[in-house]
Design a protein. Structure first.
Length: 292
């Protein structure tokens, strides 16, 4: 298949691109800059320079592809609401380009807010009026209601691996700055996790199996106690591991306190997806995560 991948130079999107090409698919990847276009071309993809605001470009690329995988999202949290609106409109544009066909659109979202305090499953869904600014899955669901073949891959909050620049590195930076690797309360709140390469393989399997479900879960580990994550960080940095209130984490405090386990049992059964990468704690217990 010819697949158009947005965010093809990003943390997840670059792995998805490489996975698709290795499986024999042809990829056109969206790149925001010429500097990142080189590695994308070296991976074997055709490069399309542009951004999520280039709607005419997105429509043309989607219209000429057999499928679209949307992984792009600007994670500048200072402009989160603005970036969420950009993402929602891009999904709508991509869906419009695929309307009336059986060509799938695979959108990216997360599991974090689905069912705090209990194990979330693929059957859970955010309500349409949920106040969280990011509307990726809600936009995908609206397209599906209009007859589009649209589905969502929900990523674990820690999609990890060497080179990670997501939430766990934020915790490492906070520990370095404060001299404490902290957790909230008793640290029993749980974070699911998935290795980046396992997540990439899941996107490919969703594509090849026809993207028939409303949502799939990219969670290799259902839930790791936050305190266990803090303990690895503390040991690696040589700082104490202690409880702190949410304010210790600044803007990240509410997220650090979330209990958000999520199952991928249905996803694994439907697709034969069996994660093989290292777990989060094993991955984190490596000098590469700490600049070593």
């Amino acid at each position: 298949m010819h697949v158009f991948v947005t965010g093809a130079t990003g943390w997840v999107g670059s792995a998805v691109t490489e996975e698709l090409i290795a499986a024999g698919h042809r990829v056109t990847g969206l790149s925001r800059s010429e500097a990142k276009a080189g590695p994308l071309a070296d991976a074997g993809a055709s490069v399309l320079l542009g951004t999520l605001d280039d709607h005419a470009l997105l429509r043309k690329a989607a219209a000429s592809a057999d499928a679209v995988i949307h992984t792009a999202f600007n994670h500048d949290f200072a402009k989160f609401a603005e970036n969420a609106a950009q993402d929602q409109r891009a999904i709508e544009v991509l869906g419009e380009a695929l309307a009336g066909s059986e060509r799938p659109l695979i959108v990216t979202s997360g599991v974090a807010l689905l069912a705090p305090g209990r194990v979330a499953t693929e059957a859970d869904r955010l309500p349409d009026d949920h106040p969280f600014p990011r509307r990726s899955e809600i936009a995908a669901r609206a397209l599906a209601a209009q007859g589009g073949r649209t589905t969502t891959v929900r990523l674990a909050p820690s999609t990890h691996g060497h080179g990670d620049h997501g939430f766990v590195p934020i915790l490492i930076d906070i520990a370095r700055q404060t001299g404490v690797s902290a957790y909230v309360g008793d640290g029993a709140n749980r974070w699911p996790a998935v290795h980046r390469l396992d997540a990439a393989r899941l996107y490919r399997l969703v594509l090849e199996h026809g993207a028939t479900e409303p949502a799939y879960h990219a969670t290799a580990e259902e839930g790791i106690a936050f305190r266990d994550i803090a303990e690895v960080i503390g040991r690696r940095l040589g700082v104490p591991v202690e409880p702190r209130d949410q304010a210790h984490f600044g803007w990240f405090g509410s997220f650090a306190a979330l209990d958000m386990p999520a199952s991928s049992e249905r996803t694994q059964a439907l697709l034969g997806w069996a994660p093989t990468g290292p777990g989060l704690l094993q991955d984190l217990d490596d000098p590469a995560y700490f600049g070593g």
